[in-house]
Each structure stands twice: as structure tokens, then as C-alpha cells.
Design a protein around this ligand. Structure first.
Ligand SMILES: [Ca+2]
Length: 421
């Protein structure tokens, strides 16, 4: 009880409702009379949290007031909700702790002081925490990060707005596990605004959900980035007018599904691996809509192994260069693309079937002759141009099925395999 008097706080009961959905949803934004309702679905038990209202703390700066409240959260017997009321608070470089939910209301703005570059909030080696319903205004301070989480477990970033943050608005690194980043808005946030990054050479970040986020107008390396990570889902996000939609490096057991990616200048989705990486495996890219990219989907960089990669049921259209730039082995199945001309096979895919252009005509790269089938005629044409290059006077671009500028055994091999299969 002495602890509670110290806080000058209200004890409240947080309703916990079990569902299969592993997220927290804020269902009521007002905090008054000791009642806050949070449906906390990551846990299956009812918990009593201590409410700590930052407005009850004094200090010379907003930073001091908020940090005092966060420090007191460590004394709460069963965890705390640190509530930051409506208004603009100038604070950055805050440290936050386990068993703490930082909760704003509509109109709670945390604004970075112009001369401070540290992350707004850092959680380091903490567990069971959340940031909900906040707005972070980075004021474009160079190198300023948003929320930085190092080796965190069991946490949630949701219903939060990130504005004008120079780099890594949400930065989750190290061995972080079991978390979700959901229903946030990122506006003019550059340099990988939503970045999940484990240790180079391993995949220690694991067990994550990135869902229903919106990332807009982030033209300097703006993207959802996931690297050295495993067992994750990136679903139902909207990325528009950024550099990339979703970028990955060295991932395992990742589902990239039902995202809408529009007008990203470089790549809609890339699956990079670079020397020294352990490569990527078991990546399922499904049901995404990618429009107006430079390149719709590609490896983009690296030579690490890629195993069991599937690109299926996506709509990838109106890319300025290629919708599919297949510089990696994968199964490309049932995708809708702009046209065959926007389909570039740079290596032999495991499978390329059921893909159609916008007229619903099957795209069959091995059909050199163009009669809708792959047969001996196509093998014959490839053989006739064997050894020619794009510099040759009699160059036949259609016969360069594996589009590397040379008609060689790769082309004949691929056409033969399509013919025989
Ligand atoms: Ca070729």
C-alpha cells in the first residue's frame, strides 16, 4: 500500500479477454476514474495494473516528468500503465522497463527536442511491455530514432503515429522475441522506419507479427525491413511512396502476405542475401498487390542460398523495369503481371506456372515461338541461336529465355525442361 501512496495512483483492473489473436487492442481511450479497458490478448490471465499518470509528476522538463513516471513503474507489484495525457510533451532518450504499458490518448504527442538525437524511448533487455496510442514527432532531427528495443521479449507497438523521424522509427534488434507491431502509421519516416534486425549471421529475432501498418512518403530508404529473423508474419500492411515496400535479408519461415505496396521507387519486395549471410529459406510471398515499383520483386543483392521460396497469387503490375526480376530460384505460381516483357528470368526458377498478364493470357517464357505451348520448335529456335549474344547481328531476344544477354545451355536447358515436364 505504501508503494501505491508513493505513486499517488489508482489501481485498476485491466480486462483480459482470451482470443486466438495475439495482439493487444485498445478499446477505450479515455483514462479517468480509475478505469481503463485494454483487451490484452497476448496473455490469458486477468491482471491488475497500477495506473501511473504522468500529469501527476513534477519536474523542470517534460523529460524529467515522464522518466520519473517510468522509473516508478518498476515498483508496481504487477506492472503499470504509464499514461501520458493529451498535449505536446518535449522528451527523448527515455528509458522504459518491463511490465509497463506506455499509453497515450488521441492527441498525446511526444516531440523530440531539436538538439537531441537519442531514441525517443529505449527498452533494453525488458519483457512484457507495450507502447499504445502515442504520436512521436521527430521533427526530422538527423539520426534521431523512434522506439528502440534491444533484446526485448513479449511486447507490442500499436495504434501509434510516427512523424518526421529521420531513421528507424521502430527499431527492434538483437534477440528480441514474441512481439507485434500493429496498426501504426509512419509518415515521412526514413532509413528503414520499421526495422527488425537480429545478429548478422544468425536469425535470433523470432516470433513476430507486423500487421496493418501504413508507411507513407518515406523516400530515403523507407520500407518494412526484416533481417536475420525467423518465424514472422508481415501481413495487411500498406506502403506507398517509399523506396521499398518490404525488404528482407537472411530470413527463415517468413510469410509476406496481403500487403499493398504502391509507387515505391526501387523494389516492391526484395529478398536480399549477401556474402556471409546464412541465406533465406521457407519464405512465402502470397496475395500481395504491388503496383508502380521500379522492380516488383527481386533478390536485389547477395549470393547466399535461397531454399523453398514461393511467390504465389500476387498481383505485380506497372513496374517501370520488371514486375518479376527472378535473380533467385523460387516457385512463381499464379501471379498476375503486366506482361511477359515485364517478366525477367535471370536464373532458372524451380517453377514458373499459372502466371498471367493483364489480359489473363498465360505467360510462358519458354514459348519462344509464341503459340502458347512449349514444344520441339522452341528448343529448335534456342538451338539455332546458340552462342549469340545481345551484340550479335542476328540476336533473337525471345530465345534468350534466361535473360542474361547470351543464348547458351541455360536457355536450352530451361526450354527443354519445360517441354519435357
Ligand atoms: Ca540466356
Amino acid at each position: 500500500m505504501a508503494t501505491r501512496r508513493l505513486f499517488s495512483v489508482v489501481t485498476l483492473v485491466v480486462c483480459v479477454i482470451m482470443t486466438l489473436c495475439p495482439h493487444i487492442f485498445l478499446v477505450e481511450q479515455s483514462v479517468h476514474a480509475g478505469s481503463v479497458s485494454i483487451i490484452l490478448t497476448r496473455h490469458s490471465i486477468t491482471r491488475t495494473y497500477t495506473l501511473i499518470n504522468v500529469s501527476e509528476y513534477t519536474g523542470e522538463t517534460d523529460y524529467e516528468r515522464i522518466q520519473k513516471a517510468l522509473n516508478d513503474s518498476t515498483l508496481a507489484p504487477d506492472g503499470a500503465v504509464v499514461f501520458i495525457p493529451e498535449g505536446t510533451w518535449e522528451a527523448s532518450s527515455l528509458k522504459a522497463f518491463s511490465n509497463t504499458t506506455i499509453l497515450g490518448t488521441n492527441g498525446t504527442v511526444l516531440r523530440r527536442p531539436h538538439d537531441v538525437t537519442g531514441p525517443f524511448i529505449t527498452f533494453e533487455a525488458q519483457t512484457n511491455f507495450a507502447v499504445l496510442n502515442m504520436t512521436f514527432d521527430g521533427q526530422n532531427v538527423t539520426q534521431g530514432e523512434g522506439i528502440q528495443i534491444v533484446n526485448g521479449t513479449d511486447f507490442e507497438i500499436a495504434d501509434t503515429v510516427f512523424l518526421d523521424i529521420a531513421e528507424h522509427a521502430v527499431h527492434i534488434v538483437g534477440e528480441s522475441r514474441d512481439f507485434s507491431v500493429e496498426n501504426n502509421v509512419f509518415l515521412r519516416t526514413n532509413v528503414a522506419p520499421l526495422l527488425i534486425f537480429g545478429f548478422v549471421g544468425s536469425r535470433e529475432v523470432s516470433g513476430f507479427l507486423v500487421a496493418k501498418n501504413t508507411i507513407l512518403m518515406s523516400g530515403d530508404n523507407g520500407k518494412i525491413g526484416v533481417a536475420f529473423a525467423s518465424n514472422g508474419t508481415i501481413i495487411d500492411n500498406y506502403v506507398s511512396n517509399c523506396s521499398y515496400g518490404v525488404g528482407t535479408r537472411c530470413v527463415s519461415s517468413l510469410l509476406i502476405k496481403n500487403n499493398r505496396i504502391e509507387n515505391c521507387t526501387a523494389y516492391g519486395i526484395y529478398l536480399g542475401t549477401q556474402p556471409g549471410d546464412v541465406g533465406s529459406d521457407n519464405v512465402d510471398v502470397a496475395d500481395n498487390y504491388i503496383s508502380g515499383s521500379g522492380v516488383g520483386i527481386a533478390r536485389y543483392y547477395g549470393t547466399g542460398s535461397m531454399v523453398n521460396i514461393t511467390v504465389r497469387d500476387n498481383t505485380i503490375i506497372d513496374s517501370s523495369q520488371s514486375d518479376i526480376y527472378a535473380d533467385f530460384q523460387a516457385s512463381f505460381i499464379n501471379n498476375t503481371l503486366t506482361s511477359r516483357d515485364k517478366t525477367r528470368l535471370l536464373t532458372i526458377p524451380v517453377q514458373f506456372t499459372g502466371n498471367v498478364d493483364m489480359n489473363m493470357t498465360l505467360i510462358i517464357p519458354a514459348d519462344i515461338q509464341g503459340d502458347g505451348r512449349v514444344n520441339m520448335w522452341d528448343v529448335g529456335i534456342a538451338a539455332r541461336y546458340f552462342g549469340t549474344t545481345s551484340d550479335s547481328a542476328n540476336w533473337n531476344r525471345q530465345a534468350d529465355v534466361i535473360q542474361d544477354g547470351t543464348i547458351d545451355m541455360k536457355d536450352i536447358g530451361y526450354v527443354s525442361r519445360c517441354f519435357l515436364s
